[in-house]
Design a protein around this ligand. Sequence first.
Ligand SMILES: [Zn+2]
Length: 267
Amino acid sequence: MSQNRPGLVDAHCHLSDLDDIDAVVSAVRTAGIDRIVAISMDLPSMRRVLELHRQFPDLVLAGLGHHPAIAVTATDDERRACRTFAREHAAEADLIGEVGLDYFHARTEASQGQQRAELEAYLSVAADARLPVNLHSRRATRATVEVAIDFTRQTGLGALLHWFTHSAKLARQCAAAGVYISVGPSLISGAEQRKVCASIERALLLLETDSPQPFAGEPATPLWLPRVAAAVAEIWGCELEEVAETTRVNFGRYLRQGVPATRRERA
Ligand SMILES: [Zn+2]
């Protein structure tokens, strides 16, 4: 960190999909961002995030997963290959994700059942490897919240719902169950999202950009993270430094909770 404030953590970023990763990596270091969770969506991106983790070990954390919107159109063989890869490489990763439920892309009962089964398989990889999970949900919000609550109750491990600013009621349910929520660029201009953000338990809130997912017509970049943090500071009525410090502590707890003390140092 070059600044006197704690570094920000981007808890959900498709780093392997960015155009000029080297440029982004050097820019984030001077922009007050010192950790990026590179999550994956398929087999090539799982390989890529592990490479990025090896290349930038002090900056990039690796998440292994098969995105539900992609897995739904994959073949059985492709799904199996992804699950096998995630299981075999879990020891090299920091978390499991992006996995979850996406009923926008899975509209039949059969495809939704398959998504549930796929998600269960990744949750068991996470439980066995003592890794936290990073969850996606679309049109399956309630079901995903239930999965997150059960996972964290049963394993003691961290569960994070990413870009989850849909419902203050569900945010409060997550707060009661110790489920983490990450908020992203939609806070910069979204009044509704800001209201939901205010309902998220402060000790469970993380920041993300979901880069390079476009937002307001532009591809997001981890460099937007200070603006997301500034929006949270406005909502909380505090300085940005306090948001950075709180979310940083939260992130450490999310990564390490449920991990035996002897293995905590790896996170
Ligand atoms: Zn994502």
